[in-house]
Design a protein around this ligand. Structure first.
Ligand SMILES: NC(=O)c1ccc[n+]([C@@H]2O[C@H](COP(=O)([O-])OP(=O)(O)OC[C@H]3O[C@@H](n4cnc5c(N)ncnc54)[C@H](OP(=O)(O)O)[C@@H]3O)[C@@H](O)[C@H]2O)c1
Length: 263
């Protein structure tokens, strides 16, 4: 299948590690020119270099904290300048913070909303003129199963923010359609990324079970009995970013090995 991504300009946020990095690498492998963004400069530069070496594609590394509004504006502007425009925006920034109602202050809630929701809202707003100019713009937001079903203790901040992002995507798809901009969600289940061991440790502590037991529970949450790989999420992101997804907008595609238990 020719995805027709050759020469397309893609900004992938939160892309020095995990799902974002796999998405940037997947787009570059299909011939897109990519801009990566993350907070730690050394990790980010290594990630961009890895993509350049593997694909020969242009990969710009732009440091920023996308919890901050001013950084969202600057990172999008820098990416557009480095790539010569933006056809594809993949909003990956987000984190799974596990905490109970008594542990989260107002400042904690605001930080969750800024990172998991406003980063995508602000980057989409800043990229909108470029996406309109593209004529075939794409926005892919990385949400999470917690936005659709709740199955972990202390998942409330993730659940609230991911549900908001799913709702934002739906309304943005309406606004994008007249401009040829398609907006979709990719909704991962448990994926084996750098942050997973810390999350499993937290869950084990909260449930009073061993790390091994908590890991086994996570693996068995999926019908396939294992965690997913970042590349398995990235493949769906790449498809939605492509010309071959031309009649797909406003939807949420779960990539969780069947971990979604709703119909
Ligand atoms: N892994 C899973 O099981 C899973 C399941 C459902 C949903 N998700 C969602 O998928 C997305 C990616 O998760 P992941 O597990 O791949 O994450 P990850 O491995 O922890 O990687 C996160 C990436 O985002 C960057 N980042 C974090 N905060 C940032 C900020 N404020 N500004 C700019 N960059 C930032 C990190 O770099 P720096 O630290 O250097 O900034 C890193 O490159 C998240 O939205 C997450 O909620 C993941």
């Amino acid at each position: 299948m020719d995805l027709k991504l050759e020469g397309k300009c893609a900004l992938v946020t939160g892309s020095s590690e995990g799902i974002g990095h796999a998405a940037a690498a997947g787009l570059a492998a299909e011939g897109a020119r990519v801009a990566l963004c993350a907070g730690r400069p050394d990790v980010l530069e290594r990630a961009a270099e890895k993509i350049r070496a593997a694909t020969g594609a242009e990969a710009a590394a732009i440091v920023g904290d996308l919890s901050r509004g001013d950084d969202c504006v600057r990172v999008v502007a820098d990416a557009a300048e480095a790539l010569g425009g933006i056809d594809i925006l993949v909003n990956t920034v987000g984190q799974i913070k596990l905490a109970g109602i008594e542990e989260l202050t107002d400042a904690d809630w605001q930080a969750e909303i800024d990172r998991n929701v406003m980063s995508a809202v602000r980057c989409a707003r800043a990229a909108w003129p470029h996406l309109k100019k593209s004529g075939a713009g794409r926005v892919v937001n990385i949400t999470g199963l917690a936005g659709k079903q709740v199955y972990l203790p202390g998942d409330m901040a993730t659940s609230l923010t991911k549900a908001s992002l799913i709702s934002f995507t739906k309304t943005l798809a309406h606004e994008g359609a007249p401009h040829g901009i398609l907006v979709n969600n990719v909704c991962p289940g448990p994926i084996d990324t750098e942050g997973m061991p810390e999350r499993i440790g937290w869950i084990a502590g909260r449930l009073g079970v061993s790390y091994e037991q908590a890991m086994q529970n996570r693996e068995q949450a999926s019908l396939l009995g294992r965690l997913g790989r970042p590349e398995e999420v990235a493949d769906v992101v790449v498809f939605l970013s492509s010309a071959r997804a031309s009649f797909v907008t406003g939807v949420t595609i779960e990539v969780g090995g069947g971990a979604a238990h709703y119909i």
